[in-house]
Design a protein around this ligand. Sequence first.
Ligand code: HEM
Length: 291
Amino acid sequence: MSEVLKSKAVNGWRLFWLVTAPISAAMLIAMMGKDLSSAESVSSMIQLSVRCAVPLLYVTFAASSVQTLFRGPLGGWLFRNRKYFGLCFAAAMGWQLFFILWLTTVHSDYYINEVYVLRDAIEGVVGYTFLIAMTVTSFAFTRRRMKPKTWRLLHLSGIYFLWAYAFSVYWWALFYYKNPLLLDYIYYWSGFLAWALRVAAWNKKRRKIAEKSVPRSTTQPVFNLAGMLIIGVGLVAASFGKAWYDTAANLMTGYAITRIPETYLPYWPFQPWLPLFIIALGALLTTRART
Ligand code: HEM
């Protein structure tokens, strides 16, 4: 496998075209099979294009963590081609943007009456602003004109915002809307896994630093146990969102003070990520005493 992953055919720009060409062909074939004079058909092309994009987003999001956790040919290949997976995602989202512009211009009545929600539009525009900025700054010509810190901040906050967008869409599909598809479960849990790999890699790095710098503490087993229990609670909450969604919504919305965030703030009040915050807290505790 390591020889295959080192070959030119699956690295760099060849990898980009190996992924983007079939996706673009699938879009063109799907367009030929549809009556795109109907808004629903254009909307279904938005769905198809973004369903091709999301796995590439998750791979880009988790690539460096796979390398940290599982040193080897696969981790190395993912890490080496992070930029190209990101550009593959951007290319697939380029198709989504094409159909979004088609829907909002040619079928604007449908968009306004059936799709438009101010906060969703704000989320979407912020998402595309990040995506366009990350794409433009993925090239040496633009990157070297930025401070490394600014570049890193842009790409870190951008990839988290875009991952949060996709993850939340599938959280709502599973725990709020009716009749979720098998694909919704796969995309929800693979989005969760991509995030969990980042937490595990972060945890591994913290442990390594602690082992080098802090003497073993007697309270560590207690913090470990507490941390594991809290992670367990978070996992249960991430699996059964329906059970606590209403309570969380009632607790965190409907007040005068929350009116502005409810109308404008992307992702407010963050229900899909509440279990992840709990899991991150548990992970923090498992390295707490040592630091
Ligand atoms: C202003 C910008 C955006 C608009 C107007 C928009 C519009 C839409 C529409 C109309 C659908 C439903 C398609 C259907 O089911 O028929 C959809 C689905 C979706 N969009 Fe967007 N979108 C935007 C930005 C984004 C961004 C930035 C992301 C980030 C990853 C994204 C991710 C998704 C996902 C994951 C789905 C669900 C696809 C599925 O059903 O599996 N969208 N979008």
